[in-house]
Design a protein around this ligand. Structure first.
Ligand SMILES: [Zn+2]
Length: 83
């Protein structure tokens, strides 16, 4: 009893252009109507994953913009004396 481990076929299959991707949620064949998902349910599941923050979204550090920008003096220099 000798296992010939060196006779294993490669795990990577040649990807055909016309191949359909499986549903990323349940790995079932996706349908064209709910592409790339197999059903509306799976599309909804994926959406909720996004909303739930389960997916790692690369956070981009927003540059610190000056909120109190000098120059826009609001309140001063107002000569509105009507009332
Ligand atoms: Zn699915």
């Amino acid at each position: 009893m000798a296992e010939d481990k060196g006779n294993k076929p490669p795990s990577s299959h040649p990807v055909r252009l016309r191949t359909r991707r499986p549903c990323p949620v349940c790995k079932q064949p996706s349908t064209q109507k709910y592409h790339p998902f197999c059903s509306a349910r799976c599309a909804d599941v994926d959406l909720h994953r996004w909303l739930g923050g389960q997916y790692a979204v690369p956070a981009v550090d927003a540059p610190d913009f000056d909120e109190a920008a000098p120059g826009s003096g609001d309140g001063q220099g107002r000569s509105g004396d009507e009332d």
